[in-house]
Write a protein that binds this ligand. Structure first.
Ligand code: SF4
Length: 254
């Protein structure tokens, strides 16, 4: 088995960096981010489209311009490391919260299991969060090591087909897993009905639902955050801001 991990690459280096968790229940927690490359969805507003929107594909993204589709040269934005090399890079930081993100990190859960095992072997305090789109089930060996799943099921505003973005058995398994919280991106009128339907259909406890404004830059965040704030007040969902967009806008590796 090829156990190399495919990672996003930024400025010639794997995208493994130290920052603060920017969203969700652990917002503000110092964390090391491991950004995996590759995704099984292609959301039109994805803010990490450099992990899947390759030259030669026909995917559509909000960044596309009529004469200039927002495509990336795969060989320039991907790199591969062994689990041991990823663990070593994470270990350089004095920080015991690790966020496996992407792209869709669950596509590489076997390799990430190995990374988590190596890191726990060096420090039992390591905690691991996973940012996932809820379409792939965790294996028991992976699940055992994970502290929290930040599950982000996609709404129709993603442009994805219902059958691709919502897989009932997988979502039901995450609902049963107390380590999972559900985070939704809200961008347009009607999103709240879809979130409410999700809550009802999958019987998700309200306290485990977080909603955040869709935004890839500071301007769009400013425009949408008050609407989502009021929506959360009215519905009983938890609001989460987007620290990185608020502070850095559309910047990578921060
Ligand atoms: S699932 Fe996440 S990483 Fe994949 S395309 Fe959608 S927003 Fe981007």
């Amino acid at each position: 088995m090829n156990n190399q991990i495919v990672l996003a690459q930024l400025n010639g280096r794997p995208e493994i960096f130290h920052s603060l968790q920017g969203e969700g229940v652990s917002i503000g927690v110092p964390s090391v981010f491991v950004r995996c490359s590759g995704c099984n969805l292609q959301c039109r507003w994805c803010d990490t489209e450099y992990t899947w929107n390759w030259l030669g594909t026909k995917y559509i993204h909000d960044k596309d311009r009529p004469d200039h589709p927002a495509k990336h040269d795969r060989s320039a934005v991907q790199t591969r490391l062994s689990p041991g090399e990823v663990a070593k890079a994470v270990n350089l930081y004095c920080c015991d919260n690790v966020v496996f993100t992407g792209g869709e990190p669950m596509l590489q859960q076997d390799q990430l299991t190995e990374v988590a095992r190596i890191l726990r072997g060096t420090n039992i305090e390591y905690e691991f969060e996973v940012e996932t789109n809820a379409t792939i089930l965790p294996h028991p060996e992976f699940d055992e090591l994970i502290t929290r799943y930040n599950v982000s099921p996609k709404l129709s505003n993603s442009g994805m087909l219902h059958s691709s973005r919502l897989i009932p058995e997988t979502i039901a398994a995450f609902v049963q897993n107390p380590k999972a919280v559900f985070k939704f991106v809200c961008s347009e009128a009607g999103d709240e009905e879809e979130i409410a339907a999700f809550e009802r259909d999958y019987r998700v406890p309200r306290r485990r639902i977080l909603v955040m404004p869709e935004a890839i830059d500071q301007r769009s965040l400013e425009q949408r955050r008050s609407v989502v704030f009021e929506l959360c007040k009215a519905s009983g969902w938890r609001y989460t801001d987007r620290l990185h967009v608020a502070i850095f806008g559309d910047r990578r590796g921060v």
